[in-house]
Ligand binder design. Structure first.
Ligand SMILES: Nc1ncnc2c1ncn2[C@@H]1O[C@H](COP(=O)(O)OP(=O)(O)OP(=O)(O)O)[C@@H](O)[C@H]1O
Length: 240
């Protein structure tokens, strides 16, 4: 679903690379967690996957499409929800969802069915006619999530998705992630919440100083049989 090949990025005239020769693959039907300390290069990597930043070197292939060769075709494949979504404050929630459906040319029946279902799940039906400026931080995050889900993306990319969501919304989001993966779609998300990553991810990548330092299932990251270390313990050991 997603192949990252030798991806590197340096900002301005900084001496250290923000992302340094990163390579990994996210498989079809997989929930993939991307973890690392502050400043490790997670958001930089995610922005390059979402075509918001150009890599210095390397390739990003999304469901068979190179995002530097065919940006529009790549954009149809994924949705990206940043950690702090910036939305058009003056429009209403329902206008925003309609706009997102139009951008992705979602047929009307599908739009109505998905919007209704996700608004119910995230308990936003009563607020959808209000301007986004009147939403709380968590409500903005939820309308951004629904907008990103409206075209049923092949690859769902999220930066720190659990921050700001209440426990029920967070639980529902995890269920939606699992549902997408059951359809053969994939989820790629960054998080500092290591126990969530440990519980819900099929595989996890740990990065530090822009470099991949561990990759695999929890068992693979633990390094084989007999050990029962948590992701938090492994993370702290590897990133000391
Ligand atoms: N716009 C920018 N200009 C210059 N340097 C930047 C910029 N954005 C990020 N960096 C640098 O790139 C490196 C990686 O930052 P990035 O935001 O990708 O890390 P992160 O893993 O997402 O961190 P966090 O967990 O704190 O969100 C850091 O050294 C950071 O200072």
């Amino acid at each position: 679903m997603l192949t990252i090949e030798n991806l590197s990025k340096t900002y301005g005239n900084k001496s250290q690379k923000a992302v340094d020769d990163l390579c990994f693959t996210v498989r079809d039907g997989e929930i993939f967690g991307f973890v690392g300390p502050n400043g490790a290069g997670k958001t930089t990597t995610i922005k390059m996957i979402a075509s918001l930043l150009s890599p210095d070197t390397g390739r990003i292939i999304i469901d068979g499409v190179d995002n530097q060769q065919d940006l529009m075709a790549a954009k149809e494949k994924f949705s990206y929800v940043p950690d702090n979504p910036e939305l058009f404050e003056k429009i209403r929630g329902n206008e925003y969802l309609r706009f997102m459906a139009d951008v992705y040319r979602v047929p009307d029946g599908e739009f109505k069915e998905r919007a209704s279902r996700y608004l119910d799940i995230f308990d936003l039906k009563g607020d959808v006619a209000a301007p986004i400026a009147a939403y709380s931080h968590g409500m903005k995050q939820k309308i951004a999530l629904i907008g990103a889900l409206i075209h049923n993306p092949r690859l769902f990319i999220l930066d720190e998705p659990m921050v700001g969501l209440d426990p029920k919304s967070s639980f529902e989001l995890k269920k939606i992630m699992a549902e997408l993966c059951a359809q053969g779609h994939s989820v790629f998300f960054s998080t500092h919440v290591l126990d969530v990553a440990e519980k819900i991810c099929d595989r996890i990548a740990i990065i530090n100083h822009g470099r991949l330092i561990a990759l695999g299932t929890m068992d693979e990251i633990r390094g084989g049989a007999g050990k029962d270390e948590s992701l938090e313990e492994i993370f702290l050991e590897l990133t000391e």
